[in-house]
Design a protein around this ligand. Structure first.
Ligand SMILES: NC(=O)c1ccc[n+]([C@@H]2O[C@H](COP(=O)([O-])OP(=O)(O)OC[C@H]3O[C@@H](n4cnc5c(N)ncnc54)[C@H](OP(=O)(O)O)[C@@H]3O)[C@@H](O)[C@H]2O)c1
Length: 390
């Protein structure tokens, strides 16, 4: 039976890898919808090559340009964020791969699980903001959320070795990013170029900065809490610079089950699409004799304050995670635009978390209100600092 796939964010790093994976999987896997935010050129090329029935351009300003580029191809063009939700709800879509960046993915992710479809989720920000709502809706609608993040995919696979109540702890591995050996003082002078130079993974700019601050790992802790219904006390982070062991699960009897592979996003993407089957794919094979040595160390929580904040946020729950995510998203934008220093990212996040009055058992609208508040707070604070300097 054909599996019809929609890729939200097909022009990004994960989206482009997903297209390569699907090309390699053969005719049983069909691409029925694609989306981009503003990269019309690439979206038009992808549309010509993969012939989806629907394409969405979330920045509506580019809709006319996209229509012009795709000419008289038989494809419906949707625009705005609603376009993503429309795609998620399409009858002809079986799997939605959410590979957009940031909070823009939340509504379509919820729409996917509410429609009872498989959500293959790379967009971890949705899980940070609305993990409780998403996992609850997936359960109620009898569907599965398949993680695409390599660490969560590894845990998902390791969890199949035992029952939920037999899990003693989850161990998320982290490459440590470009500043693994840095001191608090070293981080003061980090440049944009250094922060964008990830030693192992080639990814979009936002997640690359999140990896450098280790806020990305904090996000994974929060997402794991929801994806695997595990209290945060049972989640640990272990630095593993080679990024071969993608994460581990320890069971009550002392057995530790890990998933290994080359650091290549195409493997977890493929598994999220083919699960429960495993099929040959395009990924290079792991040869441990070529790797030689695997090393592990504890993360430095003093240097990577963003990681310890993540554990606190995971324990707090409610609107704290939405604020954590939004403040970080806004601060990373400011850093990428050259308006703040690297260390200011986590300082701004911490400022917002301290100022936020946490609300619990909230709706999506309330979570998005907290999100909007944190973004305003970051912008105001940055404007004040920039204003004070000029
Ligand atoms: N890259 C990885 O290896 C990796 C690994 C694990 C998890 N993830 C997660 O996967 C997600 C995507 O990461 P990425 O590295 O692929 O990012 P990316 O390369 O920056 O791509 C982001 C995609 O989202 C689209 N987009 C940007 N802003 C948008 C908006 N406001 N509304 C809707 N769509 C928007 C982009 O369109 P345009 O191209 O038109 O801007 C692009 O298609 C992130 O949540 C990240 O944390 C990524």
């Amino acid at each position: 039976m054909t599996r019809n796939i929609a890729i939200l964010g097909s022009t990004g790093s994960v989206g482009r890898n997903a297209l390569r994976v699907i090309d390699g999987l053969g005719p049983e896997y069909a691409i029925v919808a694609l989306s981009a935010h503003s990269n019309v050129q690439l979206l038009a090329e992808q549309t010509k090559r993969h012939e989806p029935k629907f394409v969405a351009i979330t920045n509506s300003d580019y809709a006319a340009a996209l229509r012009e580029l795709i000419g008289d191809l038989d494809v419906e063009v949707l625009s705005g964020l609603d376009g993503l939700t429309e795609i998620a709800e399409l009858e002809g879509v079986d799997i939605v791969l959410s590979a957009v960046v940031g909070s823009a993915g939340v509504r379509s992710a919820l729409a996917t699980v509410r429609a009872g479809k498989r959500l293959a989720i790379a967009n971890k920000e949705s899980l940070i903001i609305a993990g409780e709502l998403l996992t609850k809706a997936a359960k109620e609608n009898g569907t599965t959320i398949l993680p695409v993040d390599s660490e969560h995919s590894a845990i998902f696979q390791a969890m199949l070795s035992g029952s939920h109540k037999e899990v003693r702890r989850i161990i998320l591995t982290a490459s440590g990013g470009p500043f693994r050996k840095a001191t608090v003082e070293d981080l003061q002078n980090v440049t944009l170029e250094q922060a964008l130079a990830h030693p192992v993974w080639s990814m979009g700019p936002k997640i690359t900065i999140d990896s450098a601050t280790m806020v990305n790992k904090a996000f994974e802790v929060i997402a794991a809490r929801w994806l695997f219904d595990i209290p945060v006390e049972k989640i640990e982070v272990l630095v593993h610079p080679e990024s071969i062991v993608h994460s581990l699960v320890e069971f009550v009897d002392g057995s530790v089950i890990a998933q290994l592979g080359k650091p290549d996003m195409r493997l977890p993407i493929q598994y999220a699409l083919t699960y429960p089957s495993r099929v040959p794919g395009i990924c290079e094979r792991l040869r441990l004799e070529e790797v030689g040595k695997l090393t592990f160390e504890s993360p430095n929580l003093e240097v990577f304050r963003g990681l310890s904040l993540g554990f606190e946020v995971a324990r707090t729950g409610g609107t704290a995670a939405a604020v954590f995510n939004a403040a970080n998203e806004a601060a990373v934008e400011e850093f990428l635009a050259g308006r703040i220093r690297f260390v200011n990212i986590v300082e701004l996040v911490e400022h917002c978390l301290n100022k936020n009055r946490v609300k619990r058992h909230v709706s999506l609208d309330e979570l998005l209100e907290a999100d909007a508040w944190a973004r305003r707070e970051v912008r105001n604070k940055v404007q004040k600092c920039v204003g004070a300097k000029s």
